[in-house]
Design a protein around this ligand. Structure first.
Ligand code: FAD
Ligand code: MLT
Ligand code: ZN
Length: 516
C-alpha cells in the first residue's frame, strides 16, 4: 500500500497556494480522422426522410452575401464547409452547402427571418464539440455558426456577472475573468473549443457541476433570436427575478431547436486560491463509492470534483495517446479535486482524509499534486479519454444518469454482452453527479454491434429510473429514445412548445424531439 508524494509523506506535505485555472488544458480539439471518410448521415439512416424544406438557390446565397459583407462570412465552397458538416466524433455528416457567420444579433435576426420566410432549415453551430450529432446538418440545412459572435460585453466584478456574446470560447472567458479573481462555473475537456452558447444550448454539465450546480442556476440571462427573426430579450443580470415565467430556462438545454442564443449573462464565482488534486487507485467500484461518501463528509465544502475512471479507460490513454499514469495499475481510479481559499486549512483536511482512506483500506495507491503542470497532467488522464477512444475507429458513446449503486453494473453487463465484437468497453465519469460515461469502440461503424447496444442500454437505464442522457443532450442520435426518460405527456408538451415557437420547424430539424 503506498501513496506517492502524499499519504506516506502526508505529515510533511505542503500544499502550495495555487489555482488550477492557470494550468488546465485550454487547447482546441482537432481530430485526426479524415472528414471525407465519414459516412453521410442520410446514407447511414436510409429510412429518414428530408423534411418539407426549400432547396437553397443562388438568389438565397446572394441575399446572404449582401447581408454579411466582408471575407469569410458566407462560406459556400465545399472544402471550406466540410468541417461544419461533420461532428467531432466523426459519426455524423451532413451535406449543407452554406455556412453563415454573423457578428451581431441583428444579423442573426435577419438570417432567421429570411430562412423562415423561405422555409430553409437551419442548424445553429457553436464549437461543434457536441457528442450527439446535434450540431451538424442531417441533410442540407444551412449552418449558422456563432464563431464571430465572440465579444465580451461587460463584467461586474462585485456581483461576478459576465455578459458576453454566445460565440465566446469557454476557455477564453475563463482566462479573461481570471484577472478579476473570478472563475466560470462550468469546466469541461472541450473548453478550448466549445462556445458558451453551445454550453447553454446543451445545458453542459462537466466537472464543476458538483461544486457550482447546473447552468440552470448560473445563467442569469439569455438573449435569443426566435425562428421568425424576433429578438427575445431575457438578458437579466439579477440573481432574483420572479416576474412571470422564466423564459431563459427554455433555451438552456434546447439544443438549437427553439432559436439561436446570441448573448448570455453568466454568474461567475470567486476563483479558488488553493487547489489540489489526488489521483487514487482502488480495488473495486464499491470502494469508489465508499471513498465518495467519506469525501463528502470529510472534505465537505472544499470538495470541487469527484471523478472516476476504470482500468480500461486509463489503458485508452496509455495505448492511444501514449500517456502514462503516475501510479500503478488498478481496477479503478478516483480523481479528487479540492479547492478553497485557505491552503493550510485545505491541506489539513486533505491529509486527514487520505490517512483515513488508507487506514480503512479503501485506497491502495495514490498521488497528490499541487503544482500546476502536474495537476494539468492528472486532469488530462481523465479528460482525454474521449479523444483517445477516437483513435480506435468508431466510438459508441453513452452518457447516462443512474443511481450510484447501479452505476458500474451497466459497464460489466455491456462487456459481457458485446464480448469480442468490440475493441473495448470503458466506463468513466462524474461519480459525484451520478453520471456515467459508457463507451464502446470498434474499428469501423458496425450496425450489428449497434443493434446489440441499442435499445438494450436504454432499457437497462430505464429499469433503474435513470436518464438516457445526463449531460450531452439528445441531438440527432438519441431523440427517438426520449420516452425511456420522459413521460408521454412531457414529450407531448415539448412538441406543442416547439410548434408554437417554430411553426415551420426550421430550427434544427431531426433533433431532440422524436419522430411522430
Ligand atoms: P455545438 O457542438 O456546436 O452544438 C451543440 C448543440 O447546441 C447543437 O444542437 C447546436 O445546434 C446547439 N447550439 C450551439 N450553439 C448554439 C446557440 N448559440 N444557440 C442555439 N443552439 C446552439 N458535455 C458535458 O456536458 N460535459 C462534459 O464534461 C463534456 N466534455 C466534453 C469533452 C470533450 C472532449 C468533448 C468533445 C465534448 C464534451 N462535452 C461535454 C459535449 C458538449 O456538449 C460540450 O462540448 C459543449 O457544451 C458543446 O458546445 P459547442 O459550442 O461545441 O456546441
Ligand atoms: C467527459 O466527461 O469526459 C465528457 O462528457 C466527454 C465524454 O463523455 O466522453
Ligand atoms: Zn462528462
Amino acid at each position: 500500500m503506498r501513496i506517492h508524494h502524499a499519504v506516506s509523506r502526508i505529515g510533511c506535505f505542503l500544499i502550495k497556494k495555487s489555482t488550477r485555472d492557470a494550468f488546465r488544458s485550454c487547447r482546441s480539439l482537432h481530430s485526426t480522422v479524415p472528414v471525407r471518410s465519414v459516412e453521410l448521415t442520410k446514407v447511414r439512416y436510409p429510412n429518414l426522410k428530408r423534411g418539407p424544406f426549400s432547396v437553397l438557390k443562388d438568389t438565397d446565397v446572394q441575399f446572404f452575401e449582401r447581408l454579411l459583407s466582408g471575407a469569410g462570412r458566407v462560406l459556400a465552397d465545399a472544402s471550406e464547409i466540410e468541417g461544419y458538416n461533420t461532428d467531432w466524433l466523426k459519426t455524423c455528416r451532413g451535406c449543407s452547402e452554406l455556412v453563415l457567420r454573423p457578428k451581431t444579433t441583428e444579423e442573426v435576426s435577419a438570417i432567421l427571418n429570411y430562412c423562415n420566410t423561405r422555409r430553409l432549415a437551419v442548424v445553429p453551430q457553436g464549437g461543434n464539440t457536441g457528442l450527439v450529432g446535434g450540431s451538424v446538418p442531417v441533410f442540407d440545412e444551412v449552418v449558422v455558426s456563432t464563431q464571430l459572435l465572440n465579444k465580451i460585453i461587460s463584467l461586474d466584478e462585485l456581483s461576478g456577472t459576465l455578459v458576453c456574446q454566445s460565440g465566446c470560447v469557454l476557455g477564453n472567458l475563463e482566462e479573461y475573468i481570471a484577472d478579476y479573481n473570478l472563475t466560470i462555473p462550468l469546466d469541461l475537456g472541450a473548453k478550448g473549443s466549445c462556445h458558451i452558447g453551445g454550453n447553454i444550448a446543451t445545458n453542459a454539465g462537466g466537472v464543476r457541476l458538483l461544486r457550482y450546480g447546473s447552468l440552470h442556476g448560473s445563467i442569469l440571462g439569455v438573449e435569443a433570436v426566435l425562428p421568425n427573426g424576433e429578438i427575445l430579450d431575457c438578458m437579466s443580470t439579477l440573481r432574483k427575478d420572479n416576474t412571470g415565467y422564466d423564459l431563459k430556462q427554455l433555451f438552456i438545454g434546447s439544443e438549437g431547436t427553439l432559436g439561436i442564443v446570441t448573448a448570455a449573462s453568466v454568474l461567475c464565482p470567486q476563483k479558488p486560491s488553493a487547489v489540489s488534486v489526488a489521483f487514487l487507485g482502488c480495488e473495486s467500484f464499491a470502494k469508489v463509492l465508499d471513498i465518495y461518501k467519506e469525501a463528502k463528509g470529510m472534505l465537505a465544502e472544499i470538495l470541487s470534483a469527484y471523478e472516476f475512471l476504470d482500468e480500461a479507460s486509463v489503458s485508452v490513454n496509455k495505448e492511444n495517446l501514449k500517456m502514462s499514469s503516475p501510479i500503478g495499475d488498478y481496477p479503478f481510479f478516483v480523481l479528487i479535486e479540492t479547492s478553497g481559499s485557505n491552503g493550510d486549512h485545505d491541506e489539513e483536511k486533505l491529509n486527514t482524509f487520505l490517512e483515513a482512506m488508507m487506514s480503512k483500506g479503501l485506497v491502495t495507491d495514490g498521488t497528490v499534486v499541487t503544482e500546476s503542470l502536474k495537476i494539468k497532467d492528472i486532469w488530462s488522464l481523465r479528460e482525454r479519454v474521449a479523444e483517445g477512444l477516437l483513435h480506435d475507429g468508431y466510438c459508441y458513446k453513452y452518457d447516462v444518469s443512474l443511481p450510484q449503486s447501479k452505476f458500474y453494473n451497466l459497464v460489466e453487463d455491456m462487456r459481457e454482452r458485446l464480448g469480442a465484437s468490440v475493441i473495448r468497453v470503458v466506463g468513466y465519469g462524474h461519480v459525484g453527479d451520478g453520471n456515467l460515461h459508457l463507451n464502446m469502440t470498434s474499428p469501423t461503424y458496425s450496425s450489428e454491434v449497434m443493434s446489440n447496444i441499442e435499445p438494450f442500454v436504454y432499457e437497462w437505464v430505464s429499469k433503474y429510473n435513470g436518464s438516457i442522457s445526463a449531460e450531452h443532450g439528445l441531438g440527432f442520435k438519441k431523440r427517438n429514445f426520449i420516452h425511456h426518460s420522459k413521460s408521454k405527456s412531457a414529450v407531448s408538451l415539448m412538441k406543442q412548445l416547439k410548434k408554437s415557437i417554430d411553426p415551420n420547424g426550421i430550427m434544427n430539424p431531426y433533433k431532440v424531439l422524436p419522430d411522430d
